[in-house]
Design a protein around this ligand. Structure first.
Ligand code: A2P
Length: 347
């Protein structure tokens, strides 16, 4: 590898880490050297990148010397433990965990929505929650034209959001059930094959789980719209890697359906998928492996004159995580924003 910048993937053996590797390669990201970091469990394992076989290393505070960008996807506690060391070593950390997302000194970026926020980074940039990213790219084109007053969203979230081992668990669970067995869940809290359950992130005193509150709080930050009202119900469903969302949007005035369709058709990062004659709309199976968030079933809410209903599916690992992170890295390169000033956590 010659020319380009030095990149480290923290969490390289995970579902998102693997997708980050694939995207660095397929998007011809200018990687000079690539360092693969994970837990001591994976140290020594080999992963192919371009024409090389790279060895995974156990992460330590010394892992970041000469690294320009760290793409971190190894969970919040790992990010909290190592982000400061990475920044101190001169790297910019693009963090896929929730550790820093609501920190006022950390930009929270969806490149199709708020790329300008990158200019203020202090070494850490947060990649939003997956359901939040997918919803954001779909509804922001409408919000730009007429500010959304209120969002009511229900999610249908795939196993991938809980990681590679959760995906494998659903597949083996399904097989075992078809064989007449009753498998015990190990990664996910409850059986997911042939089942679903409300998202199992910790519940707050208001009755909402953390995943739901991420959608609420992160959307306001990304849209820079503190007055936006949102409510969410998040549900885990037995789908491998694409999330779906049913979204109700309330505006100040009626939003013409045709204009909504045109805006979504023209927007970056989304694709209108609607065949009303065939009753064919976005499905997780179609969104899998796609960069775009698929949007359809845009219709007038019959219960409210100023509200629209829409449906979306998006690849959780791709636009919901790895692709968004790579787009942020591309943005940093394009805008020459790799220089790091000292990071001070606000929370
Ligand atoms: P490992 O494979 O060594 O456990 P997923 O979200 O798909 O479960 O992936 C999580 C990723 O985060 C994996 O690459 C995993 O590495 C990594 N990881 C988990 N815990 C740690 C840790 N304490 N330190 C470093 N990497 C970690």
């Amino acid at each position: 590898m010659s020319g380009g910048i030095n990149v480290a993937i923290l969490g390289a053996t995970g579902a998102v880490g693997q997708e980050l590797l694939a995207l660095l390669e397929s998007r011809s990201f200018p990687v000079k050297n690539l360092k693969l970091l994970a837990s001591p469990r994976s140290a020594g394992s080999k992963i192919k990148f371009r024409d090389q076989e790279l060895t995974v290393e156990a992460v330590s505070e010394q892992s970041f010397t000469d690294i320009d960008i760290v793409l971190a996807s190894a969970g919040g506690s790992t990010s909290k433990k190592y982000a400061a060391a990475a920044v101190a070593a001169g790297a910019v950390v693009i963090d896929n965990s929730s550790a820093f997302r609501m920190d006022e000194n950390v930009p929270l970026i969806v490149p199709e929505i708020n790329p300008e926020a990158a200019a203020n980074h202090q070494g850490i940039i947060a990649n939003p929650n997956c359901t939040t990213i997918l919803m954001g790219v779909a509804i922001y084109p409408l919000h730009k034209v007429q500010p959304i007053k209120r969002v009511v969203v229900s999610t249908y979230q795939s196993a991938s959001g809980a990681g590679a081992r959760a995906m494998a668990e659903v597949a083996t669970q399904a097989q075992a059930i078809l064989n007449g067995e009753t498998p015990q869940p190990e990664i996910l809290p409850y059986p997911l094959a042939f089942n679903l359950f409300p998202h199992n992130s910790p519940l707050g005193s208001n009755g909402y789980c953390q995943e739901e509150m991420k959608m609420v709080n992160e959307t306001k930050k990304i849209f820079d719209a503190p007055e936006l009202r949102l409510t969410a119900t998040c549900v885990r469903v037995p789908v491998l890697r694409a999330h779906s969302e049913a979204i109700n949007l309330e505006f100040e005035r009626p939003f013409p359906i045709e204009q909504a369709r045109e805006l979504i058709s023209a927007a970056e990062g989304v694709k209108l998928v609607e065949d009303w004659e065939q009753n064919y709309f976005p499905m997780p199976i179609d969104a899998t492996g796609e960069d775009d968030v698929l949007v359809g079933r845009i219709r007038q809410d019959i219960s409210h004159p100023s509200s629209l209903e829409l449906w979306l599916c998006g690849d959780q690992i791709r636009k919901g995580a790895a692709l968004n992170a790579i787009q942020i890295a591309e943005l940093l390169l394009e805008q020459n924003l790799l220089k790091v000033t000292a990071f001070t956590a606000a929370v």
